[in-house]
Design a protein. Sequence first.
Length: 394
Amino acid sequence: MTTANKIAAHPTIPGDRDILVCIFQRGAADGLNAVVPYFDGDYYTQRGSIAVVAPTGSGDPRYLTPEYALHPALLPLKPIFDGNDLALVHATGMPHQIRSHFSAQNLVERGVVEKTGPITGWLGRHLALSPPASSSAFRAISISGNVPVTLSGAVEPLAIDKLDDFGFEQDILDSGYPQVLANLFHGGVPFAGPANAALAAMGELQAADLASITPDNGAVYPNSPLGTRLLQAAQLIKSVLPVEVVCIDSDGWDHHESLPTYIALSLSDLALSLKAFYDDIGAGLGTGTGMDRVTVLVYTEFGRRIAKNGSDGTDHGTASLAYLMGGGVNGGQVISDWPGLVIDPDIPATEDLQITTDLRTVITELLNKRLGGTDVGMVFPGFAGPHSANAFWP
């Protein structure tokens, strides 16, 4: 059975639901040097020596559109963009006005712009509203070692850092010890629910035999935390486990100094990891298989300031960049209502790239068009819209 057919074969997942892989760039990723607005002369005025040079023309591999170009480290994503399976949303974010990483991440993951409101996560609330496709413990999983706020509110989401370490050694299995534990944690015993859920998940994972699921289509993952996590995500998706949501952290995006050096490393890891995942899952090419059934969302807590700082880096700002990858996206374009980069010294807010596309608009359209529909008022309470710009998915 081919990889693509394996993904199409999950009988319990309704056909109107994609498998979602949600990647959070923790540290506030700089979008201006990732997807370069080379048409805007103020970009070069404000960024000076840390600016990325404009493409030489449409034949330059970094060229995306007459307005935007890729950072050279993102070039592995160019074939996906050209194949219309990648869209880039610029000048996006949630308008929370917070510059603290921890506080901003908490707000973005909760899907709110004020400290008041639900303590659960936007994705957890969506999953709680959406009938589960199965009783599997692997419906929603975080491959980052902890359950992110994004998933809180969902029923028993799993958090596993390394899938091959989650379970018992064969000699313990042979000894019958897991059954002893199952008998011990019966109804009424403290922590019986989580304990039995963990034991059930171990059994499911053992039966799935992920070790036998290797990268397909020549995919090569970088030996990095993100590469390893996406490799594991692909193993889960290609297995018999009816996975619906995978959450992954990508760390190290707080580039206050030497931006050209450090962002190149971060962007290279991101691009190589995403390209390997895309190749491994397989392009669906409109057949309803492979990446036609998978959507990847990459986003961050806030962006960076327009001008470089004294350490050739960038400081905390407002808007940034989101990546949408999958066979269902309106790909091959940079989607943005460009706000301009003029800085008025009398207006502090102009130091930042302004948000012109609320990230909640992007996510709402994702939930409605690729994840079976949602109740916007419950998922994003207080969000006035627009609820669907019809720009990101057909």
